[in-house]
Design a protein around this ligand. Structure first.
Ligand code: NAD
Ligand code: TYD
Length: 340
């Protein structure tokens, strides 16, 4: 029986990962550490909290003494670090907390792993560390050897954490791996992110804000495919290695907006072009050959199925996201989108 410590488990991907582990590994325990920022939601973990194999700590990863106490009490066999400030637009408004959580918080987790017998550590990173690709070169993809070249304070903080993880591997022998995944979508994603924002606004007949001309391209992956990839890397990945995760599913933002309108039976006239994001990356596209070749991973959810499941989930879980949309998020939304 193993104990896996998941940070950021009250957020979107972390929560999906918690459920993935509990369902797949009946003899594993899952310990979740999350400070419950605006993006963390304990109600997301309601089913997990009813499972005796699951423990939750409201705990900031920047707090060394607190993290040490969790390690002492739970003696984890592995740590997966999802905890982060994750929204590019917020990082443009207020970069500092991104540096603190994403870099210094990751360092605290790595120090704790070393101090407790070199606990296996996995850093969840992003394809955004590679910067962007041109729109007119569909032949170009990010490989693990693509140089880091960041555009936003968010991606810079994630790249810094990746470099620190690699430094800890080489200098202290930390048993670590890193994964860099493309854009995720699926249940429990906070409605500040593009796809759930479109769904929530569509259902309220509100304008759908599309940045610039809507021609930016993202490589969308269903969240469970990401969870399966992280789990494979944790159990079978080579120590010290970086693995890209993505599904050859490139879509323009405008096409996503049109698709959501169609899926919900709403008019495309809701789509509203707004001022572009500063430094907006043009295109992300992952080459997943390494994880496919070494670990046999391939995405299993076709985009058409994943987006249908996601829209259905938001329709069936209105109280979950309506509570968010009416809280702190409302002030953020007004700051970000009014007069844009
Ligand atoms: P999210 O914003 O939904 O969740 C982040 C979680 O971390 C929240 O529950 C929050 O409360 C918690 N957290 C934040 N600061 C903390 C701190 N100091 N201490 C403890 N907990 C803290 O993010 P997400 O979309 O689920 O992303 C999870 C990870 O995956 C991040 O590291 C992100 O960089 C990475 N990632 C995300 C995507 C994507 O498309 N969403 C793609 C690739 C990689
Ligand atoms: P987002 O979900 O914020 O993810 P990321 O910036 O990490 O890729 O945005 C996805 C794409 O959608 C990105 O190109 C920015 C664009 N976007 C909009 O056009 N309008 C919006 O309101 C948001 C939040 C994003």
């Amino acid at each position: 029986m193993s104990t896996i410590l998941v940070t950021g488990g009250a957020g979107f991907i972390g929560a999906n990962f918690v459920y993935y582990l509990l369902e797949r590994y009946p003899s594993d325990r899952v310990v979740c550490v999350d400070s419950l920022t605006y993006a963390g939601n304990l109600s997301t973990l309601e089913r997990a909290l009813a499972d005796p194999r699951f423990v939750f700590y409201k705990q900031d990863i920047r707090d060394r003494a607190g993290i040490d106490a969790v390690f002492e009490a739970e003696k984890p066999d592995a740590v997966v670090n999802f905890a982060a400030e994750s929204h590019v637009d917020r990082s443009i408004e207020s970069p500092e907390i991104f540096l603190e959580t994403n870099i210094l918080g990751a360092q605290v987790m790595m120090d704790a792993c070393l101090a407790h017998g070199n606990v296996r550590f996995h850093q969840v990173s992003t394809d955004e560390v590679y910067g962007d690709l041109p729109l007119d070169r569909p032949d170009l993809l990010f490989t693990e050897d693509t140089p880091l070249h960041t555009s936003s304070p968010y991606s810079a903080s994630k790249a810094a954490a990746d470099l620190l993880t690699q430094a800890y591997c080489r200098t202290y022998g930390l048993a670590a791996t890193i994964s860099r995944c493309s854009n995720n979508y699926g249940p429990y994603q906070f409605p500040e992110k593009f796809i759930p924002l479109l769904i929530a606004n569509c259902l309220a007949d509100k304008p759908l804000p599309v940045y610039g001309k809507g021609l930016n391209v993202r490589d969308w992956l269903y969240v469970t495919d990401h969870c399966r990839a992280v789990d494979l890397i944790l159990r079978r990945g080579r120590i010290g290695q970086v693995y890209n995760i993505g599904g050859h599913n490139e879509m323009r933002n405008i096409d996503i907006a049109r698709l959501i309108c169609r899926a919900l039976g709403k008019p495309e006239s809701l789509i509203t072009y707004v001022t572009d994001r500063k430094g907006h990356d043009l295109r992300y596209a992952i080459d997943p050959e390494k994880i496919h070749g070494e670990l046999g991973w391939l995405p299993e959810t076709a985009f058409a199925d994943g987006i249908r499941a996601t829209v259905d989930w938001y329709l069936a879980h209105r109280p979950w996201w309506e509570a968010i949309v009416s809280g702190e998020y409302r002030d953020y939304y007004e700051r970000m989108y009014n007069d844009r």
